[in-house]
Design a protein around this ligand. Structure first.
Ligand SMILES: C[S@@+](CC[C@H](N)C(=O)[O-])C[C@H]1O[C@@H](n2cnc3c(N)ncnc32)[C@H](O)[C@@H]1O
Length: 291
């Protein structure tokens, strides 16, 4: 296929640059506004209203100043997170949900709200401010540890609210991933009686897995402070411990998402421990994010 894209002249690039640089001046606004939308519960208000809401209806439902809310809604509509649609023949406008705004709901299988709230939280943002120092090699610790004085897991153990937010955030991904895995490759779970999820957080992954594969018994293995706050669930046992020392025995081991940052080395050590914990002919499922 012919490449129809013309190479821009330096002068044209200059013109683009004058506009584009503002994205970096105010780049934080998008995430701040999305965080604000989640905290105010805008998606919940429109969802429970059951139809598009005018600015006055929305501001009254959320107990907000309409003029402030209007400015936030303008950005959210510009970002295509909510739609502004004509609701009657008089031309009144109302805000309506989109698939993206559904992801800002605090519950439901598509919810990504907890993950957005976690990553936009000052605790998680602070380490990013040290990125250049880390690249220059002026900091040898993990950035989280440099900023907070302890690694992310010890920080969670000492800060139960942060730990709760972290564990809820992790389930956002799980709720979408597990049904897809069960739907597309349930056969890999056939013949397994027990599965241990290493770093399984609050146990949501195993709960969904044993619901979809009722012949399986799960062991949710994570740090003691994490499993002590995990939900109780039939056929899932919560076990606390350190995966670098020991992983409970099972027919198969699941390791999902990066366990890279916990001790500064890749998961090889954990993988080895996990292998040792397998009964003969067991399986190891690894799932990491593509980065
Ligand atoms: C990135 S989270 C992934 C959670 C979950 N597997 C998922 O994908 O949603 C890593 C998990 O590993 C746990 N973890 C970290 N260090 C651990 C250790 N030494 N032993 C056991 N679990 C650990 C954390 O508490 C956390 O729940």
């Amino acid at each position: 296929m012919e490449d129809t894209q013309r190479v821009l002249t330096w002068e044209e690039e200059e013109e683009h640059a004058k506009v584009d640089v503002w994205k970096y001046v105010f780049g934080f606004v998008e995430i701040a506004v999305v965080k604000c939308a989640i905290e105010l519960g805008i998606a919940e208000a429109i969802e429970s209203h059951g139809s598009p809401m005018t600015l006055l209806e929305l501001s009254s439902a959320l107990s907000c100043d309409p003029s402030h809310l209007y400015r936030v809604m303008r950005i959210l509509v510009h970002l295509k997170i909510f739609k502004e649609i004509t609701t009657n023949q008089l031309g009144s406008k109302g805000y309506a949900q989109t698939p993206l705004s559904h992801r800002l709901l605090k519950s439901g299988e598509n919810s990504m709200a907890a993950l957005i709230l976690l990553e936009s939280n000052p605790v998680m943002l602070a380490p990013w401010h040290g990125l250049s120092a880390r690249i220059r090699g002026n900091i040898s610790n993990q950035l989280f540890e440099e900023v907070h004085g302890e690694d992310i897991w010890s920080f969670g153990a000492a800060n139960s609210d942060h730990s709760k937010l972290f564990n809820e955030a992790m389930t956002c991904d799980v709720k979408a991933a597990v049904p897809a895995v069960i739907k597309s490759c349930i056969e890999v779970f056939k013949g397994l009686e027990t599965i241990v999820d290493v770093g399984g957080g609050n146990g949501t992954m195993l709960r969904l897995l044993v619901e979809g594969c009722p012949w399986i018994r799960g062991i949710n293995f994570d740090l003691p402070h994490v499993v002590s706050a995990a939900q109780d669930c039939d056929r899932v046992e919560n076990v606390g411990g350190d995966m670098f020392d020991h992983v409970p025995k099972a027919d198969a081991v699941i390791i999902k998402c990066e366990l890279v940052d916990c001790r500064g080395f890749f998961i090889t050590g954990v993988t080895m421990t996990a292998f040792l914990s397998l009964k003969s002919a067991g399986k190891l499922f690894l799932r990491t994010r593509g980065r």
